[in-house]
Write a protein that binds this ligand. Structure first.
Ligand code: ZN
Length: 113
C-alpha cells in the first residue's frame, strides 16, 4: 500500500524532529499535502495510526492541510487552479496542462510533550 510507505516516511521525520528536541512524546502532526499528490488522506490517516503504534508518536493526531494545485495551461498561456489530476483547464477546457504545484508533501509542524 502506497500510503503505508508515506506514513512511514512521515513518522521518520517526526521521530527525528522529536529526538532533536529531546521530546518524549508527539501529540500532533500537521502535514501539508498537495491536492494533486496521489495520496488519499483517509488512507494516510489509517496508516499513520498503524505505523505510530509503539513509537513516540503513538496516539498523535495527524492533521492534513490540503494545498491547492496549480497548472500551466498552454492555450491560456497562464497559471490556472487545478482541483485534481486529469481535470481540464477550468477556463478553456484544454487538457494541455503542465502541473506547477500541488504534488508536494511536507511535515509542517509537530506538537511535542
Ligand atoms: Zn486554459
Amino acid at each position: 500500500m502506497h500510503e503505508m510507505a508515506i506514513a512511514e516516511s512521515v513518522l521518520e521525520i517526526v521521530e527525528a524532529t522529536a529526538r532533536g528536541n529531546a521530546a518524549a512524546r508527539v501529540s500532533a502532526v500537521w502535514l501539508e499535502l498537495g491536492a494533486l499528490s496521489h495520496v488519499e488522506a483517509r488512507a494516510l490517516l489509517f496508516c499513520f495510526d498503524a505505523v505510530t503504534r509503539g513509537s513516540l508518536a503513538e496516539g498523535a493526531t495527524l492533521e492534513i492541510l490540503v494545498l491547492p494545485g496549480e497548472a500551466w495551461c498552454m492555450p491560456c498561456g497562464d497559471r490556472v487552479a487545478l482541483a485534481k489530476l486529469g481535470d481540464p483547464c477550468p477556463r478553456c477546457g484544454s487538457f494541455q496542462l503542465q502541473v506547477m504545484s500541488g504534488e508536494e508533501m511536507r511535515v509542517k509542524e509537530i506538537a511535542i510533550a
